[in-house]
Design a protein around this ligand. Structure first.
Ligand SMILES: [Zn+2]
Length: 376
């Protein structure tokens, strides 16, 4: 049995790469999109259905799972894979970002963060060492360093201090992670939108040495143009022979732009969350199934899509069950959205392998610009 974590690049097209991450729990085709299973479930989906959309890996959230049902309980029950019935790779975040965005009464020191749970007000502590322990208890295949991330825009002094704290925490994360064959630890680059700070962060992470590297601190309210301006140079500061992960991204056009700039992995709640709010993502852009124009429309959401929502149901039905508050509306729209995202990733991988990524991106833009089908 090969117990190693490895990454290989099979083809490049411009800055974009396609390849394979191998783990003892299975392979991850890159560029990869990771659906988010926040609290041990991708909401409204069975794990086998998530797999059927083409997902090779899921993301789990340390912050949510440590509060409920707790990492120790999940470990006693055999680990997160067994607990949630997903035997393929899982990446867990470090909890740092969500402590900053969700928890109450946070107190940040050099040592770590104490906070109160947004669920029941109980008091908790997270540090690089505790985050590594929780992610080990969960049984995560790809573990993220504990870091701190200021919301943008923030002044450069604050971003620099935060980045340097995160680099000290990255060193402590690496020491606490130890030697775990078959499991990977990813460092997280910070530095906001300042090239010098991004370069300093990348240099420090390379000195520590990680199995993969994330570009952190983006998709926090800076907008696509600012995000792309960082992605124009940031992936190139990281080792070419390791996977590069853009955290928390994004919309379909964010994904295409990030892949063209050299990103290999992404995650986002968007396809599943928007499924529950009546928003569908299609080749022709965003469709709001709540809109009255769908009320008498017997056509599928997307005639070319092979997902269960498009194969067996009409726009009129999806509109009806959403309006009626039926659970199947969330199930079908989430399935469609996740299917669309994975199909987009497959298209990107094939286009990179064939050296026709520019043409793929032009067709992607043109279809979206044409907009949704005409109302009947
Ligand atoms: Zn569909």
């Amino acid at each position: 049995m090969t117990a190693a974590f490895s990454f290989r690049v099979d083809a490049t097209d411009g800055k974009a790469r396609t390849g394979l991450i191998s783990t003892p729990r299975g392979d991850i085709r890159t560029p990869a999109f990771m659906p988010v299973g926040t609290a041990g479930t991708v909401k409204a989906m069975l794990p086998e259905s998530v797999r059927a959309t083409g997902a090779d890996i899921l993301l789990g959230n340390t912050y949510h799972l440590m509060l409920r049902p707790s990492a120790e309980r999940i470990a006693r029950l055999g680990g997160l894979h067994r607990f949630m019935n997903w035997d393929r790779p899982i990446l867990t975040d470090s909890g740092g970002f969500q402590v900053m965005s969700l928890a109450d009464l946070r107190k940040l020191t050099e040592e770590g963060v104490t906070f109160r749970s947004h669920v029941d007000g109980s008091r908790h502590h997270l540090s690089p060492e505790r985050s590594m322990e929780i992610q080990r208890l969960l049984g995560s295949d790809i573990v993220m360093c504990f870091d701190e991330c200021p919301a943008l825009p923030a002044d450069e002094k604050r971003v620099a201090e935060s980045m340097r704290l995160s680099m000290r925490w990255a060193e402590r994360s690496k020491a606490a992670f130890g030697d775990r064959p078959g499991h990977a630890l990813f460092g997280i680059m910070q530095g906001g939108v300042t090239p010098e700070l991004r370069a300093e962060s990348a240099q420090k992470l390379k000195e520590i040495g990680f199995d993969g590297y994330a570009v952190g601190g983006l998709a926090v309210g800076e907008g696509q143009a600012a995000m792309f301006s960082v992605l124009d140079y940031a992936p190139g500061l990281l080792p070419a022979d390791r996977p590069r992960y853009l955290m928390g991204v994004g919309k379909p056009d964010d994904i295409v732009g990030a892949v063209m700039r050299g990103i290999d992995m992404m995650d986002c709640v968007l396809p599943s969350r928007s499924g529950r709010t009546g928003q569908a993502w299609t080749r022709r852009g965003q469709v709001n199934i709540k809109n009255a124009r769908h009320m008498d429309d017997p056509r599928p959401l997307d005639e070319d899509c092979t997902c269960p929502a498009c194969r067996s149901y009409s726009r009129a039905y999806l509109h009806h069950v959403f309006r009626a508050g039926e659970i199947i509306a969330s199930m079908l729209l989430t399935w469609h959205n996740l299917h669309y995202y994975q199909e987009l990733m497959q298209g990107l991988r094939e286009a990179i392998a064939a050296g026709r990524l520019d043409a793929f991106a032009r067709a992607f833009d043109a279809q979206r610009a044409a907009g949704d089908i005409e109302p009947i």
